[in-house]
Design a binder for this molecule. Structure first.
Ligand SMILES: [Zn+2]
Length: 334
């Protein structure tokens, strides 16, 4: 019970090693063993890839498992550590948060050794795995109540050098959307902890929650592109096909870019993700259901923008977000 978190494998062993990250037990949960894969090919970038941070985002763990299959053939240098499932309790329950303590793993970093199970997972990852990597890819999927295009995301970073490096890494995924997401609820996020330590951290996000063959192929291609850009894998990065196109764009979004529902009811989308809209364009319709005479309410774009997320888990409360919009990045050079 009093063990410190540790690995059952030696990451310095050349070649492939497999073992577990041991998260010590506590009053609420016995010890957890999280499967870890390591491929050490000597000098080069040190990359950590994690999935299953949120338990209802299952593309990440699948893509992580696929990487474990083909990396031994493909990786030419450096070290890659893959932890497909950060939070097995949440994944088993298909729940964003851990059912036992109700906590969102991605809001409790760096965790606490004497905390509840979610905090102990964060503590183990922060203390044992994070120091072993300079670059981290955390594979998310935005969650099952949203439609969201394949994207690599980061939050704004005060350190301009790290911001530029992180944005370059995110763009190297060559996914349809690269997003700088100015988000107000960032305390305790894994990426904030890593960035505070000067590390490059990119979240892959891939919406819908309905795990499908085509979306997994795009997701995997994005991660492969990023590995090529890091020099860990040979090859040429290429934009994956998405809606009959091979392209990507970099956008930024702010907390005020959330469109909220004016009332409780069922939200009907009237646009698709990555649609360009102008002020007044119809984004969706809110249908109040309390009375058969209640009028549907139009939800319209507040300005020229690009729709990046649309609510798909359709019943919403008043003031809940139903869409997220973004704009092209303003850069000093153009
Ligand atoms: Zn997530």
């Amino acid at each position: 019970m009093s063990d410190a978190p540790h690995l059952t494998l030696d990451l310095n062993t050349p070649g492939v090693t497999r073992g577990h990250l041991i998260v010590p037990g506590g009053a609420d949960q016995r010890e957890l063993s999280l499967p870890v894969f390591s491929l050490n090919k000597g000098q080069g970038p040190r990359l950590l890839i994690t999935g299953g941070n949120h338990g209802n985002e299952l593309e990440g763990p699948i893509v992580a498992r696929r990487l474990i299959e083909w990396l031994p053939e493909a990786q030419t240098c450096g070290r890659v550590i893959v932890l497909p499932v950060l939070n097995p309790l949440a994944v088993q329950a298909w729940s964003r948060n851990t059912p036992l303590d109700g906590l969102n793993l991605n809001r409790v970093f760096p965790g606490r050794a004497d905390g509840s199970v979610t905090e102990r997972i964060a503590d183990a990852v922060s203390r044992v795995l994070l120091p072993m990597a300079d670059t981290i890819f955390d594979l998310h999927s935005f969650g099952p109540t949203w439609d969201f295009p394949p994207a690599a995301t980061t939050h704004p970073i005060a350190d301009q050098d790290l911001m530029a490096k992180t944005l370059g890494m995110a763009e190297a995924f060559k996914l349809p959307l690269t997003l700088i997401w100015d988000y107000s609820d960032t305390a305790g996020m894994f990426d904030i902890l890593a960035q505070d330590q000067g590390k490059v951290f990119v979240c892959a996000e891939f919406g819908g929650g309905a795990v499908g063959m085509d979306s997994l192929a795009i997701y995997e291609a994005g991660v492969r592109n990023a590995l090529i850009a890091l020099g860990l894998v040979d090859g040429k990065g290429e934009y994956p096909m998405f809606r009959q196109e091979r392209s990507g764009q970099t956008l930024e979004t702010h907390p005020s870019d959330e469109l909220k529902s004016p009332a409780q009811g069922i939200f009907e989308p009237r646009c698709s993700v990555l649609d360009e809209v102008k002020q007044g364009d119809l984004i969706g319709i809110l249908h109040p259901m309390e009375s058969s005479t209640a009028e549907p309410i139009d939800i319209r774009a507040t300005g020229a923008s690009i729709v990046i997320a649309i609510r798909s888990g359709a019943h919403v409360k008043a003031s809940e977000a139903v869409a997220l919009i973004a704009r092209r990045m303003k850069t000093s050079t153009d």
